[in-house]
Design a binder for this molecule. Structure first.
Ligand code: B12
Ligand code: SF4
Length: 492
């Protein structure tokens, strides 16, 4: 294939369902990073993050090449777009976590799939198309070889030093307005192997980083924004490096309100904890996952209840808010586990929580056990439901319906009027009155535990995450039927 390419459009389609982040627009960095690289090479680049701005299809279909990102829950949307792009005669390239693990499926819709890290493979692909070269040497690429057979080129080593990448230029994102939430990734990879998570499969076990200087430059470029989300999977994985970064932030007065995903062990280093506070850490997103010791073992989480309790106590002692991330529905969980988890979260005064339903996402070890090997466990193969809000598998100790309802009820139990009153009694006016506002300003979020959420609107807030009047069941306001899906209810 030889084609002249001038205009490249990057698209991150949004989920068709409401999810707990529906009103918090933190772009995944992939599209904007690739767009920044190609802009620097002289291409006419547009980046659409559909959660921020609707697609202008005229713009998209006038591109020579459209680069489409997909996580599992957005894959069907991404495929529909790829089909339209190809019908219009442009080239559709796909990448991201979902198609990295299911390239054959992706190739039913796209011309090319880039698996894993996309920075170099994508540049080489564009160069090869411009020159009319073959594709057989482009590592990480899946394409139709001569004769139509699918070719999956070898995997490329992961990028060892992330500083080769430019600072993602948010100004390329259509409709993006400065001042709000910014995402900064300082590292990639995770040394752990939790069974429900696809991060090690996608980014590897080796912890790879940007230099401290480079992260500080990136923070400087975002100065003035309200809240910084460090999009690392474990921000404090290397405590020494993390302290160096925080020291630099404090020294250079680069201390926006920030949050990050961390593990419970973070609190074992008092100096680190104090520096987090001093550098204006607003909240941490902690993968507690479960209070059921058998589930923690099954998940290979390498943490126990004592660690969880210790971390809650120490984060709170440093006035750092906790977004507790729980995954429910393992073969060791039953309905009592769900109740007990909500009660635990209330008892320990966790600031916000999410109960994500165990979901066998492609690339996770659970994908092999629950999905590929144990077909009987999977009750729904529609990817749009693979968002942690919907039960798509048959757990061992309860029915899928019981799990779905149990997860919703557990969230309800946590975010009940009783919870609000309890916070008021402890003079936490912020939680009790600002839940809804905070959703839009300082989100609580994570993707790492196959799970992410913003601070769910408290019942004292006046609007549901969809922006309509909040529903009666959750907020004593008039229900808007179309917004009160399981996903919203589970987040409220
Ligand atoms: C920040 C983050 C979020 C943010 C913002 C995400 C958003 N706007 O969608 C928030 C907190 C809102 C969020 C929400 C969710 N997240 Co999240 N999130 C992340 C996190 C931690 C970082 C993303 C990031 O910026 N990475 C860095 C960039 C550079 O990587 P990247 O985007 O993947 O791009 C690289 C490659 O994938 C590739 N690439 C990507 N797109 C394309 C396109 C083309 C054409 C090419 C060639 C290459 C390419 O090249 C890029 C550079 O190497 C990741 C974990 C991770 N480490 O990536 C999870 C992750 C993406 N999230 C995940 C999940 C499950 C979710 C939720 C469904 C959870 C939930 N129940 O709420 C929601 C869904 C939100 C939605 N959009 O529908 C999973 C996705 C797994 C899957 N297969 O579906 C991940 C991988 C974590 C995990 N546990 O495995 N998330
Ligand atoms: S859940 Fe967190 S600690 Fe576990 S493998 Fe995923 S990123 Fe690593």
């Amino acid at each position: 294939m030889k084609r002249a390419l001038k205009k490249l459009v990057f698209v991150e389609p949004k989920s068709t369902h409401l999810h707990v982040y529906s009103r918090v627009c933190i772009p995944r960095l992939g599209s904007v990073l690739l767009g920044t690289i190609m802009r620097a090479k002289g291409y006419d680049v547009r980046v659409y993050i559909e959660d921020i701005h609707d697609l202008d299809m005229g713009e998209v279909l006038s591109a020579d090449l459209v680069a489409i990102s997909a996580i599992t829950s957005t894959a069907p949307q991404s495929y529909r777009l790829a089909d339209r792009v190809r019908e219009a005669g442009a080239i559709a390239v796909m990448g991201g976590t979902h198609t990295s693990f299911l390239p054959e499926e992706g190739m039913q819709h796209a011309d090319f799939i880039v698996r894993g890290e996309g920075e170099f493979a994508f540049q080489e692909l564009v160069d090869a198309i411009q020159r009319g070269d073959g594709f057989d040497r482009i590592q990480n690429l899946t394409y139709h070889a001569a004769g139509g057979a699918l070719a999956h080129n070898a995997e490329r080593p992961k990028i060892p030093n992330l500083d080769v990448n430019p600072i993602p230029d948010y100004h390329l994102i259509e409709g993006w307005k400065p001042g709000g939430v910014i995402s900064v990734a300082t590292s990639r990879g995770c040394p752990f192997s939790c069974t429900f998570c696809s991060v090690p499969g996608m980014y590897g076990h080796a912890f790879r980083t940007h230099s401290i200087e480079r992260v500080l430059q990136e923070l400087q470029s975002h100065k003035g924004n309200m809240y910084t989300f460090f999009a690392d999977d474990i921000f404090t994985a290397n405590k020494k490096r993390c302290k160096e970064l925080l020291r630099g932030m404090i020294a250079r007065d680069l201390t926006p309100m920030w949050g990050a995903q961390v593990r419970t062990e973070t609190v074992d280093d008092p100096e680190l904890l104090q520096m987090m506070r001093d550098s204006n850490c607003f909240n941490v997103y902690v993968g507690f996952e479960s209070i059921n010791p058998r589930t923690l073992k099954l998940f290979q989480k390498k943490q126990d209840l004592a660690k969880i309790e210790r971390s809650i106590e120490r984060f709170h002692a440093h006035k750092i808010r906790i977004h507790g991330m729980f995954v429910v529905g393992s073969d060791e969980d039953d309905l009592e586990t769900l109740d007990a988890t909500a009660a635990f979260a209330r008892k320990h005064d966790i600031d916000s929580i999410q109960f994500m339903i165990l979901t066998p996402i492609p690339g996770s070890p659970d994908w092999d056990t629950l999905y590929a090997k144990g077909d009987k466990y999977v009750i729904n193969k529609n990817w749009t439901f693979y968002d942690g809000h919907h039960c798509v598998h048959q757990p061992r100790r309860m029915s899928p319906y019981e799990l779905q309802l149990g997860a919703i009820k557990a969230m309800e139990k946590f975010y009940s009027w009783g919870g609000i009153l309890g916070k008021l009694a402890k003079r936490d006016i912020h939680y009790a009155t600002n839940g809804g506002r905070m959703r839009r300003t300082a989100p609580t979020s994570t993707g790492s535990a196959a799970s992410s959420t913003a601070r769910p609107a408290s019942r004292a807030s006046s609007a549901a995450p969809c922006g309509r009047s909040a529903c009666r069941r959750c907020c004593s306001r008039r229900r808007s039927a179309s917004c009160c899906s399981a996903s919203w209810a589970s987040s409220a």
